[in-house]
Design a protein around this ligand. Structure first.
Ligand code: FAD
Ligand code: NAD
Length: 468
């Protein structure tokens, strides 16, 4: 029987990163993955394919809507859905092959199949395609089995017309009318993809705001901007059912007045969150305890109640984000060898890859109000940025929240061009506990979108913004 220092179950961004860090630290490492490709939800049916489609459709949208203003005239603009999906598949393959290469490079044994506890130190692996199960012995286990889409019990998802994000990444036609249940991250990214392709898109959201867990100013501005590309929003609507007849779907919901309303379309995307995935692990055999909502219970070292068994990523508490899973993978590997790693969960940024992009880090204004914290605000609109004017990306703003007394930055919330990358500046500043004035006094290259961060910090510092 093969023996390992560490066995990682699940090859998503949590699992594969944990495996690499373990190998770097000299631990003999196995990685078990039930699918035929590595990379988990993120690389196969999540972050990477969605961003590939978002990029392709943004080009198409611009070709049809903004190129003319730049002096570029096109006639007979067409979308080739097969090529769009094939390119996306190629991007996914290049990324998943890349992980396979990294496993080889780091001498990590990849074992294909469903990993299942026999006891706390033995894992059996059953190949997904059938065949003999094998068993391995291990000193430590890192569970990184991720999550799957939430199912609404009153909706039967046939995965052809009433679909999850996985199927929404593979539609080879432009829908006539896509009804999206959920105005969260997946709902809005996929709504953008199909609206840009010319589909009618209706988003039905239970709460009174889009992306309701982010700073409320972001959801409000995003609704206004996405409305301009024709997406219709129905907030404070509680979906009560969805049915299919032939190629037609009907979604029913209760509106804020308590009346029943109906939406008729040809596709319905259900995007109401994700739930941790632990099926097949046989956690009982190892005695691993769970907490509420199907998550694996872990302590501050991300160790379960069983010494030597750890869990990371979507399967435990916290935001379901690839970069959060990655940080936790590194954290556990370093913990196993006796190091003292640290994760600042407050500074894990959240990003929505619509156009314009949306990003936030630290406390939201709503959280600061709830804490009774004295804070000040600095805002800078992209319409006042020379760089944004040059690229015709005038929507959005940067909002900086700073401590009223000390000027320390407490939260940064942005909506605008390329701010998925710009949020890294806010994370760096906050990790070093910068004041708004610290950032305001740093030189930012001109003309860049990043100048909006400097200007918002200037605005927070005694209202000293220069270009506003
Ligand atoms: P996963 O990536 O879910 O990987 C878990 C792996 O474990 C899977 O490959 C699964 O097959 C395997 N597995 C499960 N059980 C077993 C078992 N018993 N034996 C063997 N293998 C097993 N996050 C971002 O940060 N940025 C984004 O832009 C982003 N976009 C997204 C877009 C979509 C459409 C979706 C659905 C998600 C997106 N996410 C994004 C979320 C991100 O994908 C997840 O947070 C991330 O993948 C979690 O990583 P993980 O390692 O915990 O689990
Ligand atoms: P989400 O939690 O972001 O949004 C779900 C939305 O559905 C919420 O706004 C919620 O109020 C709404 N909702 C719930 N029940 C409803 C009902 N019955 N009727 C109408 N609306 C209802 O979840 P998601 O968009 O499914 O994404 C799942 C996870 O994947 C998230 O945790 C997210 O972090 C991650 N993800 C991240 C990215 C990114 O980082 N860019 C992209 C996609 C997904």
């Amino acid at each position: 029987m093969n023996q390992y220092d560490v066995t990682v179950i699940g090859s998503g961004p949590g699992g594969y990163v944990a495996a690499i860090r373990c190998a770097q630290l000299g631990l003999k490492t196995a990685l078990i993955e039930k699918y035929s490709t590595l990379g988990g939800t993120c690389l196969n049916v999540g972050c990477i394919p969605s961003k590939a489609l978002l990029d392709s459709t943004e080009h198409f949208h611009n070709a049809g809507h903004t190129f003319k203003e730049h002096g570029i005239e096109l006639s007979d603009l067409q979308i080739n859905m097969n090529q769009l999906i094939d390119r996306k598949n190629g991007v996914v393959k290049a990324n998943t092959d890349g992980i396979q290469f990294l496993m080889k490079k780091n001498k990590i044994d990849v074992i294909q199949g469903v990993g299942s506890f026999v006891d706390k130190n033995h894992i059996s692996i059953t190949p997904t395609a059938g065949g003999e199960a094998q068993q391995i012995e291990t000193k430590n286990v890192i569970i990184a089995t991720g999550s799957k889409p939430t199912v609404l019990p009153f909706i039967k998802q046939d995965k052809q017309r009433i679909i999850t994000s996985t199927e929404a990444l593979n539609i080879r036609e432009v829908p006539k009318h896509m009804i999206v249940i959920g105005g969260g991250v997946i709902g809005l990214e996929m709504a953008s993809v199909y609206a840009r392709l010319g589909a009618k898109v209706s988003v039905v959201e239970f709460m009174d705001s889009l992306i309701p867990t982010m700073d409320r100013a972001l959801g409000k501005e995003l609704k206004r901007i996405l409305g301009k590309i024709g997406i219709e929003f129905f907030l404070s609507h509680k979906v009560t059912g969805a049915t299919r007849e032939g190629d037609a779907v009907t979604v029913t919901a209760t509106n804020p007045k308590g009346e029943e309303v109906k939406f008729e379309g040809d596709y319905c995307l259900v995007a109401v969150g994700r739930v941790p995935y632990t099926a097949g692990l046989n956690l009982e055999a190892a005695g691993v305890e769970m907490e509420e909502r199907g998550r694996i219970k872990v302590d501050e070292h991300l160790q379960t109640n069983v010494p030597g068994i750890y869990a990371i990523g979507d399967v435990i508490r916290g935001a379901m984000l690839a970069h959060k899973a990655e940080e936790e993978g590194v954290f556990v590997a370093e913990t196993i060898v006796g190091q003292k790693p640290h994760i600042n969960y407050l500074l894990i940024p959240g990003v929505v890859y619509t156009w314009p992009e949306v990003a936030g880090v630290g406390y939201t204004e709503e959280q600061l109000k709830e804490q009774g914290k004295a804070y000040k605000t600095g805002n800078f609109p992209f319409r006042a940025s020379g760089r944004a004017r040059a690229s015709m990306d005038l929507d959005g703003f940067v909002k900086v929240l700073a401590d009223k007394e000390t000027d320390e930055i407490l939260g940064v919330h942005m909506i605008g061009p390329r701010i998925a990358d710009l949020i890294a500046e806010a994370v760096t500043a906050m990790e070093f506990r910068a004041s708004a004035e610290d950032v305001a006094r740093m030189s930012h290259a001109h003309p860049t979108y990043a100048e909006a961060m400097k200007e918002a910090c200037l605005a927070a510092t005694e209202n000293r913004a220069i270009h506003m």
